[in-house]
Design a protein around this ligand. Structure first.
Ligand code: NDP
Length: 283
């Protein structure tokens, strides 16, 4: 790639959803089932859950939303998960984050059956990811890898720098890039010389949650820049990358909105279809 291009996650996600709809219709029989658990009434979570429901409906996935009060005990939530684990019509289960303080996200992640764990947070799926085995892996990093492949961006041998080391984005992103034979560095809030490290990257992935944190000086000319961040600011949604001052020196860049965001939902649907196909219901 010689000149900068804006990678449309939105357009690619649409294609992924269309392919999933065709695949589900082609296989027929019982449709895939996704259960989304939402605890408390957080407005942002409500928006995400309704987007997930709508997206499921469009491709032919049956979605069920289980709404629980903020005061629900962890034991009761685990009982709900248990019921969904044994429900033959449910292929995928996810529990929308964040959870109230009295509930452990780690215990919840471990309670969901690994084969229904469409968020890819269960320790078994995390282990499978790092061991290079098949499994269900976190939707945002899976979507980013698929977008780069689709866009013809070569990862083999590339210097990849991820800023952020969360279990949801940074760490699984590192594992997936290693699988693609990239040379991976993971930066975080203790990293010395972040700018110098980022400037070496052929592929720079920002998952920090700080608006316009990645400046022009951080970016090697021609690099692929993937912006995972979503922050609400007075001017609307902002990514982690100072897009206006970075786009022209990058080789390729994702915008916010319309970049990584739509991929996350598309690959949640993709994980649900994968779990459905693995469930034995599809011959
Ligand atoms: P976390 O808050 O869990 O992680 C943020 C990471 O950024 C941490 O590892 C932290 O380091 C690092 N960090 C913070 N400040 C600095 C700094 N000054 N220098 C270097 N590293 C720093 O966030 P998430 O990974 O969950 O999410 C990141 C962003 O991505 C958020 O804006 C979130 O909304 C967005 N997001 C978007 C998705 C999408 O679909 N587009 C999906 C998931 C997330 P340390 O570990 O040392 O604290």
């Amino acid at each position: 790639m010689t000149e900068s291009s804006v990678l449309s996650g939105r357009a690619f996600a649409k294609e992924v959803r269309r392919n999933l709809a065709d695949e589900i219709a082609g296989i027929g029989g019982r449709p895939p089932g996704l259960a989304v658990i939402i605890v408390a009434d957080d407005p942002a979570s409500r928006v995400y859950v309704s987007m997930k429901e709508k997206a499921c409906g469009k491709v032919g996935i049956d979605s069920t939303v289980v709404r629980l009060e903020e005061t629900v005990s962890q034991a009761e939530l685990l009982r709900v998960i248990d019921r969904l684990n044994t429900d033959p019509l449910i292929d995928g289960i996810l529990c929308q984050l964040p959870l109230p303080g009295h509930i452990s996200a780690a215990i919840v992640a471990s309670a969901i059956l690994p084969e229904k764990d469409v968020d890819g947070f269960h320790p078994e799926n995390v282990g499978r990811l790092w061991r290079g085995e098949d499994g269900l892996f976190p939707c945002t990093p899976v979507g980013i890898i698929a977008l780069m492949k689709h866009s013809g961006i070569s990862m083999d041998g590339a210097d990849a720098v991820i800023v952020g080391r969360s279990n949801i984005v940074g760490k699984p992103m590192a594992a997936l890039l290693l699988r693609e034979n990239a040379t991976v560095s993971v930066a975080h809030s203790h990293t010395f010389d972040l700018e110098g490290l980022c400037r070496r990257a052929d592929i720079l992935i920002a998952a920090v949650g700080r608006p316009r944190f990645i400046k022009r000086e951080f970016v090697k000319p021609g690099a692929t820049v993937i912006d995972v961040g979503i922050s609400r600011t007075d001017d609307g949604l902002a990514g982690d990358v100072d897009f206006d001052n970075v786009a022209d020196i990058s080789g390729a860049i994702t915008p916010v909105p319309g970049g990584v965001g739509p991929l996350t939902i598309a690959f949640l649907l993709s994980n649900t279809v994968k779990a459905w196909k693995n469930s034995g219901v599809v011959s």
